[in-house]
Write a protein that binds this ligand. Sequence first.
Ligand SMILES: Cc1cc2nc3c(=O)[nH]c(=O)nc-3n(C[C@H](O)[C@H](O)[C@H](O)COP(=O)(O)OP(=O)(O)OC[C@H]3O[C@@H](n4cnc5c(N)ncnc54)[C@H](O)[C@@H]3O)c2cc1C
Ligand SMILES: Cc1cc2nc3c(=O)[nH]c(=O)nc-3n(C[C@H](O)[C@H](O)[C@H](O)COP(=O)(O)O)c2cc1C
Length: 445
Amino acid sequence: MINLDPVRWASALGLLLAYALMCAAVLRGRRKQSDAGGPADWLVVYASQTGTCEYLAAQTLATLQTGGLRARSASMDDLGDADLRGAERILFIVSTYGEGDPPDSGARFARMLAQPGAPLAQLHYAILAMGDSSYSNFCGFGRYLDAALQARGAQALFERVEADRSAPAAIEAWQHHLSHLAGTSDAPDWTAPAYAEWHIANRTLLNPGSAGAPVYRIALAPAAGALPNWQAGDLVQVSAPGDPDYPREYSIASLPADGCIELLVRLHVRDGGVHGVASGWLCQQAGEQDTVLMRVRQHRRFQAGENAARPMILIGNGTGIAGLRAHLKSRIASGQYANWLVFGERNAARDHFCGAEIDAWQRAGAIESVSLAFSRDGGEPRYVQHALASQTNALREWIAQGAAIYVCGSLQGMASGVHDALVAALGQDALEALDAEGRYRRDVY
Ligand SMILES: Cc1cc2nc3c(=O)[nH]c(=O)nc-3n(C[C@H](O)[C@H](O)[C@H](O)COP(=O)(O)OP(=O)(O)OC[C@H]3O[C@@H](n4cnc5c(N)ncnc54)[C@H](O)[C@@H]3O)c2cc1C
Ligand SMILES: Cc1cc2nc3c(=O)[nH]c(=O)nc-3n(C[C@H](O)[C@H](O)[C@H](O)COP(=O)(O)O)c2cc1C
């Protein structure tokens, strides 16, 4: 005989009701685009540092729209608590940085989520978490976001999808869910842009005799056809023969007007002396006849954008000078000379990469101010954050005159040290305000 336990019946009914409400919410979201014009039914929110999640968000949006859904996308930067309380369906695509931290564009939102907030029972959401399992806190921000939304009563449309190093199987799982939501199998092509073939035209060791690992300036020219277009701040991805499925990223140090892509690559030497796969290939193994597979990636967050007309404080260490050099070249070419470069490395005599060029720019008045910090030139180690801390007044003046701050180089040590120095000089609130205005930008790795 069937046991009619009232408690189990009540919970089963509750589950059924919740499922019915969720289906209704999904179906309401399937309103056709023909009645578009009002606000979007679906929001695709991305938190991206170097553009992967932004690219996937664009593909996600296109898939929803192909299915006739009214959808729009937004960077997490632009999302407030009121948007969360007002939205019924959000698809989040987020990466993780540092040690389980949100990317810069998710930092403010993460701080907001950490505060108590109104219930979000109306919100149905799904998360695509991009990460890399070689970091100890795999998909840390995606997991944090999921837990925080659940704690406020939001309901997951389906289980969080986690992609390790952009694993195709995980991306396919996400696409599969989207096809269901959008009621279409007619999804746009999600394949990443193809790699192009390049040749190394020139490779110069920039720091002979350095106490650190060698850094090379590597100029690459297309094997055939014209140069692609790019802007200062953009990156390339290199697919090395030893690990073709896991591209490595490098900041572009040149402009299209230079006629080639220049990278500054530090040879990575692992414990035991083995060279890194990609840096070993670029710095040592690849010869002039070899084909380097490479593609340009827009890095919108680190492009000049609206900051082009502002004074700029460019802060970096080591190979971080690559991205800063492209910005300096671009700004100088357009007559924007309000530049303050803060650069650090080990020894002035060996490691002042691009030093002659920087000196020449400064002599010509194209860089107003250069602050250098060499950590191994005797005395107490001095890093870029110390150079900043010793010039608090100048820093405040530049910011008062509307300057933007661009930071490029090491995530460990440099980026947090610089951040702390900026907080000490300007105050936490002021730095957050600069970040919200898009005047504090980082390309750190
Ligand atoms: C946005 C961004 C911009 C960047 N810009 C620059 C730049 O301008 N210049 C620059 O020089 N670098 C840059 N990098 C770093 C660059 O992408 C590479 O990470 C770096 O060159 C090392 O890659 P590799 O293949 O040589 O080393 P890998 O072979 O990846 O080794 C690096 C580390 O990975 C681990 N590892 C990986 N595989 C193994 C394995 N099989 N066994 C043991 N350990 C392993 C080890 O800890 C090792 O020390 C940037 C990174 C990012 C994210
Ligand atoms: C400096 C750095 C730190 C990272 N830290 C983590 C981490 O702690 N956990 C993780 O899962 N992934 C980590 N990743 C991997 C990124 O989240 C992953 O590459 C993601 O696809 C990047 O997406 P984005 O380009 O949209 O920012 C890190 C990547 C870099 C370059």
